[in-house]
Design a protein around this ligand. Sequence first.
Ligand code: SF4
Length: 266
Amino acid sequence: MARDRSGKKGLIFNIQRYSIHDGPGIRTIVFFQGCPLRCPWCANPESQGPVAPLTWVKNGKKETISRWVTVDEVMNEVRKDEIFYSSSGGGLTLSGGECLMQPEFARNLLKAAKDEGYTTAIETAGGIANHHFKKVIPYVDETLYDLKIMNPLRARAVIGENVDLIKQNFETALAEPNTHVTPRVPLIPGYTTLPRNLEQIADYVLELGISEIHILPFHQFGMQKWNYIGQEYTMRNTPLLTNDEVNNIHHYFAMRGIDAIISGLE
Ligand code: SF4
């Protein structure tokens, strides 16, 4: 089936319990299938592309990795850790892929979680139409928002990103009184860590009165998945950042008046 615009069903590829990286407290993360971007460093490359079921070949075996689920089915999983949410302020996080590519299902799920008293969070790169973004954001307590490549031509060429749209949705989130926004910058050597890009990120957030961001050092955890989906992982030979390099980036932002918290994994 194609994307369910009624929001009764959504296509996901994983539910992960006991996460502490993706919003406050202990959380359950629901990974949505589909992403309009194509970041070469992506840790979940199986999610890239349209909202459509995908198969991959793992250890010589063909597997369907995504499944259609209802709000109730997801909430049954989420409820299993209710006891941890109340003691830690945790709850439900929607991730992906780009969870907002299925805005109706995302909204219904977030509403259901809020109705049961859980905190809600999304991880987004904001690459969806603003009218869809606006449908969802009032139901999100914590918006973890990626800022990646700020040069419009380069963003378009490298990851298929429309920087104007990313900025429009980011500013929509900032204007929403019900959500707290955490800007996150994945530190990807040769892409987002170029001095001019860091400078553009600093200029942009300062212009909006933001003085705290999270920075997420590059990792290669998704490497095997690129093999499974039959695509080349072009970041194979990209070295991880050294502590000094990460600290230098932290220092650069500090000099610009921005506290760049070194954070978990994208
Ligand atoms: S936005 Fe996230 S999920 Fe989408 S391609 Fe980039 S890293 Fe992967």
